[in-house]
Design a protein. Structure first.
Length: 402
């Protein structure tokens, strides 16, 4: 199952640049873009109980429904997740440099951060969304911390080897006849049970989330190492300050697009045709090609941000990216209030196209709210709380008046 993510002191404390102070606006904008992708994927797990069991909701089986689902799986599933993970690794290097400049011992600080992040992730998984990824990022963040001194080249080699190993093991399982959903009828029945449970009150929703935890943990056998591989690629990019001077890498970005789009889109199409995350062969193909398509997305976005119109897009996205943890948790809260019995109870009632449009509307609202909030406060509310725990001090809450 493709779910979402976190970063640094926020979801990632989008830190300062290595040279002096201003935030990397491109990093914030990319994170904002990833937030949209995360919501587009995650909202489907709120809208119906069937996707969590890797089967389609039989109530929505028209060609339009199947087309929307396929489009999201092809273009977004596993890509936004990887982008967020990459940015986690990149921001990690910025945080290390920031700590060094301030004379702060980074290791205990980061350990406190991941402890706080893990706690938030557990609460998120139990109360809001059984597809939480924050706790996973916290655990694998400790591996990233242990690998912080490796060279950029070693990080790339390790990430590539990790991806290759995961793909090989999944392919081996496929060849041996294993299946993610061996009994389709049983999966459909489980999907109905989950849908009914989400229609209930607080106790019913929490109980369903707790019942789903073993399946969520088992998915980490693939999701966790994939996140770690993206962490390592982000670490390598950060060590080379790849996002600090985009103009210097313009030719490389074009090459990434020329390679990433043909191979990535071909793999994404095969992923969908092969059955998506419910099929081991399709999953193996996506493990290999999703990073290529994600890299192409990043290259296109960075090139776009260098244009006059693209700069305005980046400016609109950046505030949401700066508040990525608050927005990620906020997305889940909004979806709970729309779809479960705690709110409007629309689970199982809305067609995929309506759900997709709703996700876009929610994200647009978050863009406006993030810009308003950061005009008055230094940090998002969740970022503020995690920063207070991480640094063991009370951060400033309000932004001084100009």
């Amino acid at each position: 199952m493709s779910t979402s993510v976190e970063h640094g002191t926020g979801i990632q404390e989008a830190a300062t640049t290595s040279t002096a102070g201003p935030r990397l606006a491109d990093v914030d904008a990319l994170r904002g873009l990833a937030l949209l992708g995360i919501l587009v994927v995650n909202i489907t797990y709120f809208a119906s109980g069937y996707p969590f069991h890797l089967v389609g909701d039989p109530s929505f089986d028209s060609w339009i429904d199947r087309g929307v689902i396929s489009l999201v799986e092809m273009l977004v599933a596993m890509k936004a997740y990887l982008l967020f993970a990459f940015l986690f690794g990149y921001s990690f290097t910025l945080q290390m440099e920031s700590a060094a400049r301030r004379g702060v011992d980074f290791v205990p600080q980061f350990r406190r951060r991941v402890v706080g992040l893990f706690a938030l992730g557990v609460l998120h998984a139990v109360l809001l969304f059984h597809g939480d990824i924050l706790s996973t990022y916290a655990v694998f963040g400790l591996v990233l911390l242990a690998a912080r001194q490796i060279s950029a080249r070693t990080a790339v080699i390790a990430a590539t080897a990790l991806l290759g190993t995961i793909a090989f093991l999944v392919a081996l399982a496929a060849v041996s006849g294993a299946s993610i959903t061996p009994d389709h009828a049983e999966a459909l029945a489980a999907g109905q049970v989950t849908t009914d449970a989400l229609r209930g009150g607080l106790g019913s929703v929490i109980l369903e989330h707790l019942r789903s935890l073993p399946a969520m943990v088992s998915a980490l056998a693939v999701q966790g190492p994939l996140a770690l591989s993206a962490f390592l690629l982000g670490l390598a990019a950060g060590k080379r300050q790849a996002l600090g001077n985009v103009a210097r890498h313009s030719r490389l970005l074009r090459r990434v697009e020329l390679v990433g789009y043909p191979l990535g889109l071909t793999g994404a199409l095969l992923f969908v045709v092969g059955g998506g995350t419910g099929n081991l062969t399709g999953l193996m193909i996506s493990i290999v090609t999703a990073p290529l398509l994600t890299a192409a997305y990043v290259a296109t976005a960075l090139r776009l941000f260098r244009t006059e119109r693209g700069a305005r897009v980046a400016s609109a996205l950046a505030p949401a990216g700066r508040m990525s943890l608050s927005n990620y948790l906020g997305q889940s809260l909004i979806c709970v209030l729309i779809f479960t019995g705690l709110g409007l109870g629309q689970v199982g009632e809305l067609a995929p196209l309506t759900v997709l449009l709703l996700a876009i509307a929610v994200f647009c609202g978050q863009l406006a709210l993030s810009a308003w909030w950061l005009g008055r406060h230094r940090y998002g509310p969740a970022e503020w709380a995690l920063r207070a725990w991480t640094n063991q001090e009370r951060p400033e809450w309000s932004r001084p008046s100009a």
